[in-house]
Design a protein around this ligand. Structure first.
Ligand code: APR
Length: 235
């Protein structure tokens, strides 16, 4: 089937697309949630209880960024956006590999490691050095604490209005490397399908939401994403 007629494409990415760049996923064997309890590092309550520990956890993740590179999966999605300008990438990932690969039309729905946020005003700051329990904003007098610009469990993901608008319009929805265990992202396929979009899943394995897709491509994102992008736009 030729898919070149798609004009509005929404791509949802998860940790699987960055795995081959060397960033651990959350729930695969050896994943982050095996070595850390998410209740200790990824909730607002954890930050209130032990902000030093939470800051350290994200400092470690952030320190990895200069050591990793976008892989062929990220690069292919940037080519797709050039070829089909209506393409939107929604990522659950907090790394910066999509933007470094050249994706511009991008929503970081779970936040960004490279930014910190004032707990009072919400102003964003680019993080230049590791954060601690003493890191303060420069936007308030007196200054307030800075927290990682990360959407923790129990918090509202970012950009949902734009996301649901895009899902309602798209004619092709592609989910790449996500286990489908965290909502609302896991429900995006249903939203897109209910509006008539064709839905493709790329994953190394079965996910919790595989049965909702029209088509499955099993394999590593660095191989399967370039293959699909080539089918869609010829290069
Ligand atoms: N290529 C394709 N898929 C892969 C690859 C790969 N190289 N490696 C792993 N995968 C798949 C796994 O099969 C799994 O389905 O990626 C998925 C990773 O799942 P999770 O670790 O659960 O990551 P994700 O779905 O992004 O998690 C969602 O959970 O903890 C939160 O906020 C965190 O954004 C994250 C959210």
């Amino acid at each position: 089937m030729s898919k070149s007629h798609y004009s509005s494409i929404v791509v949802l990415t998860g940790a699987g697309i960055s795995a081959e760049s060397g960033i651990k996923t959350f729930r695969d064997q050896g994943g982050l949630w095996e070595s850390h309890r998410l209740e200790d590092v990824a909730t607002p309550e954890a930050f209130q209880r032990d902000s030093a520990l939470v800051q350290r956890f994200y400092n470690e993740r952030r320190a990895q960024l200069p050591l990793v590179e976008p892989n062929d999966g990220h690069l292919a999605l940037a080519r797709l956006e050039k070829a089909v300008p209506g393409t939107l990438v929604i990522t659950q990932n907090v790394d910066d590999l999509h933007e470094r690969a050249g994706s511009h039309h991008l929503i970081h729905m779970h936040g960004e490691l490279s930014k910190a946020r004032c707990v009072k005003s919400g102003q964003l700051f680019r993080v230049k050095e590791p954060l601690s329990e003493h890191s303060l904003c420069t936007c308030c007098v007196p200054a307030n604490l800075l927290r990682p610009h990360i959407v923790w469990f129990g918090e509202m993901p970012l950009g949902l209005d734009r996301i649901f608008h895009a899902l309602a319009q798209c004619d092709l929805f592609i989910a790449i490397g996500t286990s489908g265990q965290v909502y609302p992202a896991a429900g995006f396929v249903d939203e897109a399908a209910s509006q008539g979009a064709y839905c493709i899943e790329i994953n190394a394995d079965n996910s919790h939401i595989s049965d909702r897709f029209d088509e499955h491509r099993r394999g590593p994102a660095s191989i399967e994403v370039p293959k699909l992008v080539k089918e869609l736009c010829g290069h």
